[in-house]
Design a protein around this ligand. Structure first.
Ligand code: APR
Length: 243
């Protein structure tokens, strides 16, 4: 297996699977329903126009669950530790809207699908920190307008954030590691190929292979809490094996 410390520029892409063992449900493992709702009901601009109360309630619950119940697990910690110890360039791109990577100590991170703990003003487009309930009656602190705040989440049909920077970083990386994502949602699903075209080695760390054939150069399958540290802290694995 590859040693990530042997590379110069490491890019990690994470998805819902890395937070699953922190108690946050993945999307596609629960029968296509996300906490009982379809994408069309809660995660599109149309859904918000049609029924903003339902969309707010859905994200209020997600936000409260994150704040009250979830904590980073050893996979989040292993990535933060690697970033601290690694002397090359390290970038973490996450599709997750939770803040468990930040809580674990990760620094150089792009939330391409937005963040649960932020709200966006539809009037001035400003993104602001938000850890409370959002309601249609909420008045925006920036513009003082009732109902102008929405969750700062990239919904289906919207363009993911930070794409220019992400593409540049992928073009320069020499190791790309995908963790806990089913690889079904573009553009993130295309990052492995972009990195591979740029000459990077590609690694999949996931509970199981996505699709019949893995197109990654290497793969480790198992729960993130086990395999992420195994890959990113090879020395600790050796110690365990020697005991
Ligand atoms: N350890 C590692 N991988 C896991 C674990 C675990 N404990 N539990 C589940 N997985 C894997 C699943 O096997 C699956 O391949 O995590 C993946 C989760 O896939 P999805 O639910 O499709 O989540 P993700 O890929 O992040 O979805 C992408 O789609 O729902 C939208 O915008 C949302 O950002 C999300 C995007």
């Amino acid at each position: 297996m590859l040693n990530p410390y042997d590379f110069n520029s490491v890019v990690v892409l994470t998805g819902a699977g890395i937070s699953a063992e922190s108690g946050l449900k993945t999307f596609r493992d629960s029968g296509g329903l996300w906490e009982g709702h379809s994408i069309e009901e809660v995660a599109t601009p149309n859904a918000f126009n049609r029924n903003p109360d339902l969309v707010h309630t859905f994200y209020n619950l997600r936000r409260k669950q994150l704040l009250d119940e979830a904590a980073p697990n050893t996979a989040h910690m292993a990535l933060a530790d690697f970033e601290k110890n690694f002397e090359g360039n390290f970038t973490l791109i996450t599709q997750n809207v939770d803040n468990l990577h930040e809580q674990a100590g990760s620094q150089n991170i792009f939330h391409m699908h937005g963040e649960l703990l932020k709200a966006r003003c539809l009037e001035c487009r400003q993104s602001i920190d938000w850890d409370q309930k959002l309601e249609t009656s909420t008045v925006s602190p920036c513009c003082n307008i009732k109902g102008s705040l929405r969750p700062d989440i990239v919904w289906f049909g919207e363009i993911p954030m930070h794409m220019k920077q992400i593409e540049q970083i992928l073009e320069q990386c020499d190791l790309f590691v995908s963790i806990g994502t089913s690889g079904q949602v573009y553009p993130a699903a295309g990052f492995m190929q972009m990195a591979s075209f740029a000459g990077a080695k590609t690694v999949e760390l996931n509970l199981e292979a996505c699709g019949r054939y893995s197109r990654f150069d290497h793969a480790i399958y198992g729960p993130a809490t086990k395999i992420v540290r195994q890959f990113f802290d090879p020395a600790s694995e050796e110690k365990v094996n020697q005991q």
